[in-house]
Design a protein around this ligand. Structure first.
Ligand code: FRU
Length: 478
């Protein structure tokens, strides 16, 4: 079905309750619904927004179009959690109800300040002739009412020299100043991020464009994030428009540079750009620091402009499992947050011939890889469908490939790959009903992918890996 502009910008408040309930009901019964990943109750989920912990409660939000699996009028949906594994679905929390956000409450971040959850995000305004003005809006999340209130634009339109593509503010505090970075595009069509500063979170001054060594790196940088971890500064962003012949195989990328950031000059001195994730479905991640000082990342397990098999059932996408970040020798590592271990349940593997059979729907698989040779591991193997992971020692490369009858629209080649700096010694896969998150060498390389399998039972087969080296735990959430 093609969605008209009117249908995409219809407000959920204007829809008859019966109509919406019918959608909710059909999504609830739909195939491929995840068991422990955050997913929309209806419609489309995209970027994680406003990640924050207050007291013993985590609040996460995400971009949400309630009425179908398309990008339309965006709300922020709210989910809360005590451990970032089990979530309570709270409902729409940032309602695009001001003129500044007439065409969507776009992405942004949260900051805990004097007991308030301050929210910063982009109001996507369009005029009648469809001209866009982005507003960076500040609001406060009211935990009682569950919605963002006291909205006010703090930055109106782009700074001179930049286009309407000016969005996704991330705010943090450094020493006694607040900083905000915004994803931007110069009038010359170059992607970048710009930096603002403030003393009181209300009045913001343009500081500078962040100067990196990536002078010509796509036409727009979305969802920037900056943080300090283990003595390094990290700039994380999602660039659009990098040529895919350079090994960037998804429609848009998401990666980071690690180094030192000079707040005075706004110069980021850094190493090579590395992808955050090498899988088929990953974009627009955001990080935050929890009250124990851990840096946690959540990504959108999906991509813009890409059709998914679940679309026809009225829902699309989910968030990744939260990952704990660390840096070793200047390289970023991502591992599933340790709380996930608590949901592991012993599982006795059953073998049949050269396969492990009858796996649970959701599991956590860990493998200590003993070989230096090529190996292959096939998950969700039902004979004609399977998810293939291959290591080539001569090319020092991991490749994944989906073989499923229901396909995600996949541009470019049919595989995803990463060149490795060392052989694979450890592999962990977190499997939910329709996703696999693969962590190689304790999260130095991550591959996140959706998969839409037809089979109700599936096995694991391996080549050059002994099945006895596979430790499988069922994951039981709720
Ligand atoms: C990234 C993005 C953001 C924007 C939001 C709109 O996926 O395009 O730049 O704020 O999604 O939903």
């Amino acid at each position: 079905k093609e969605w008209s502009r009117t249908e995409r910008y219809r407000k959920i408040e204007d829809v008859f309750i019966e109509e919406y309930e019918a959608l909710l009901h059909s999504v609830e019964k739909a195939r491929w619904r995840q068991k422990f990943h955050v997913q929309p109750v209806s419609g489309l989920l995209n970027d994680p927004n406003g990640l924050v912990q207050k007291g013993d409660t985590y609040h996460i939000f995400f971009q949400w179009f309630p009425l179908g699996a398309v990008h339309g009028l965006k709300y922020w949906y709210h989910a809360s959690s005590k451990d970032l594994i089990e979530f309570k679905y709270e409902g729409a929390a940032n309602i695009p109800d001001t003129t500044w956000e007439s065409h969507g409450a776009y992405s942004g971040s949260a900051l805990l300040h004097e007991e308030d959850i301050q929210i910063f995000y982009t109001g996507n305004h369009r005029s009648e002739d469809w001209n866009r003005t982005p507003y960076q809006i500040r609001g406060v999340f009211n935990e009682e009412t569950g919605v963002v209130e006291e909205k006010e634009p703090v930055i109106e339109g782009p700074h001179p020299g930049y286009t309407e593509h000016y969005r996704d503010p991330k705010v943090w505090r450094h020493e006694d100043t607040f900083y905000m970075i915004v994803g931007a595009q110069t009038t010359g069509g170059r992607g970048c991020v710009v930096l603002y500063h403030s003393k009181d979170l209300k009045e913001w001054r343009f500081h500078a464009e962040v100067k990196t060594g990536l002078a010509d790196f796509g036409y727009m940088w979305e969802c920037p994030d900056m943080f300090n971890l283990n003595g390094y500064d990290v700039l994380l962003f999602s660039p659009q428009g990098i040529a895919n012949d350079t090994g960037y195989l998804n429609v848009y990328q998401s990666g980071c540079i690690v180094g030192q950031f000079d707040y005075e000059t706004a110069v980021m001195d850094h190493d090579a750009f590395h992808l955050m994730d090498y899988g088929y479905d990953f974009y627009a991640p955001q990080t935050f620091e929890n009250s124990s000082g851990e840096r946690i990342l959540i990504g959108w397990m999906g991509l813009p402009e890409t059709g998914y098999p679940s679309d026809e059932d009225g829902w699309a996408h989910c968030l990744t499992i939260p990952r704990k970040l660390s840096i070793e020798n200047g390289r970023l590592f991502q591992e599933p947050i340790p709380q996930l271990m608590k949901y592991r349940k012993a599982h006795d593997s059953r073998y049949k011939g050269s396969k492990i059979v009858d796996l649970p729907e959701t599991y956590d698989l860990e493998v200590n890889v003993r070989t230096m040779d090529d190996f292959t591991l096939c998950l969700l193997d039902s004979g004609d469908e399977y998810f293939e992971i291959t290591y080539s020692s001569s090319r020092s490369e991991i490749q994944i490939r989906r073989h499923f009858n229901h396909e995600v629209e996949c541009r470019y080649p049919e595989y995803r790959k990463a060149a490795l700096e060392e052989p694979v010694h450890h592999l962990r896969a977190i499997v939910d009903v329709s996703s696999i998150e693969l962590f190689i060498n304790h999260g130095k390389y991550v591959f996140t992918s959706r998969m839409f399998s037809e089979a109700s039972t599936h096995d694991i087969s391996a080549h050059n890996i002994s099945l006895d080296d596979l430790n499988i735990y069922e994951l039981e959430v709720e």
